[in-house]
Write a protein that binds this ligand. Structure first.
Ligand code: GDD
Length: 351
């Protein structure tokens, strides 16, 4: 598939901003659409056509899609566990975005439609053990028991992609992202995921001189974290494939406990902290890792950036952002707001 023009829906968000830069560098004509005002986009690329619009609405979604070969749908209301556990209804409303974009892609004959799904589609029963070896295979999404709210929306939207491909010949491709991190992502405000949150907390401990850190859960939970450049490589492979169209894992298989993630961040920050475990905080599943057998078989590749390397770059970027924003003072972090009033904060996808 040779894309000449692309629209990135949710392109004001973390992954979308990086994807836009990447496509522009390849000489592709890029339209970026996001519900947030451009002042809140993570990256704004002046060479792109930048549009502020709410793709929950049919007309805006159709206008976004019109005239582009490839549609990337990264738009949804999302965040780390602190956000999705307390905003289930809001997360489910994103079903409108994918529905309208798929209808638009059908109407205007898009050559490709990429949908950013998530590891949150996997059956919760398979993720009960805090083990690094909790490798999730693609078939583990069924029988369906995904993450409540956010995961159900993702699973339904995946399914809709399948039926639009089968019934209406919209050439859909679906990746299941596993916790993506890197520079130009959310690091405060309540939507941040563990890698950015832990980096920020280490930085705050250093700045305040209070050498303690709050960790959600008991720290034994396991996850794998995918660096943004791997995510981009995978998006291209999956989108451009002429043969593979089923949902496929896009994640790192380097599993760690959250305690090990904190070890790494402490090491990068050059500090050791007293750990306070908050067992009442949002925790999500006990164990999750990406089984990369299929992606290796289909594409002869899997995400391979070491967590230590990606986290170091992320830590440095967050440190700079922190200093720029708060000038070396420690900010009081507020939890993410709950409810419909955060609709305007809808941002690029996952995971
Ligand atoms: N966010 C966050 N902040 N998580 C923390 C913190 C903290 O300060 N301290 C410990 N954790 C723990 C959480 O309790 C959770 O067990 C684990 O770190 C990972 O949390 P997140 O990174 O917030 O989310 P997740 O991995 O459970 O799910 C994320 O990735 C999915 C894809 O793999 C979410 O972003 C989902 O939306 C996404 O689908």
């Amino acid at each position: 598939m040779n894309t000449r023009s692309a629209v990135i829906c949710g392109g004001g968000g973390f992954i979308g901003g990086h994807l836009a830069a990447d496509l522009l560098s390849k000489g592709i004509k890029v339209r970026v659409v996001d519900v947030k005002p451009t002042s809140e986009w993570y990256q704004v690329h002046p060479e792109a056509e930048n549009i502020v619009a709410d793709m929950n609405l049919r007309d805006a979604a159709f206008a976004a899609v019109k005239g582009s070969d490839t549609v990337y749908n990264l738009a949804c209301n999302m965040g780390g566990m602190g956000f999705i556990e307390t905003n289930k209804g809001l997360c489910m409303i994103s079903v409108l975005i994918n529905t309208h974009l798929l209808m638009g892609a059908r109407e205007y004959g898009a050559k490709r439609f990429f949908y950013a799904s998530s590891a949150c589609v996997y059956n919760g029963d398979k993720q009960q053990e805090s083990k690094i070896e909790t490798f999730l295979k693609e078939e583990d999404a069924y029988p369906a028991m995904p993450e409540d709210g956010y995961g159900w929306e993702k699973l339904f939207s995946e399914r809709m992609c399948r039926h639009f491909r089968e019934d209406f010949k919209v050439p859909t491709r679906v990746a299941r992202f596993h916790n993506v991190y890197g520079p130009f992502g959310t690091w405060e405000g309540g939507r941040e995921k563990a890698p950015a949150a832990i980096c920020r907390k280490v930085i705050e401990a250093k700045l305040s001189g209070k050498h303690e850190i709050e960790i959600w859960g008991d720290g034994q939970q396991t996850r794998s974290f995918m660096y943004i450049t791997d995510c981009l490589k995978g998006i291209h492979k999956i989108t451009d494939s002429e043969t593979w169209h089923e949902p496929i894992n896009l994640g790192s298989a380097e599993g760690v406990t959250i305690n090990q993630l904190v070890d790494l961040a402490e090491d990068i920050g050059g500090i050791k902290l007293k750990r306070n475990y908050n067992l009442n905080a949002p925790k999500g599943v006990n164990g999750r890792n990406s089984d990369n057998t299929l992606i290796n078989k289909v594409f002869g590749w899997e995400p391979d950036t070491r967590l230590r390397d990606g986290l170091e770059k992320t830590y440095k970027w967050i440190y700079q952002e922190y200093m720029e924003k708060y000038g070396g003072k420690v900010a009081v972090q507020k939890p993410a707001p709950i409810g419909a009033h955060v609709r305007e904060k809808a941002t690029a996808g996952a995971r």
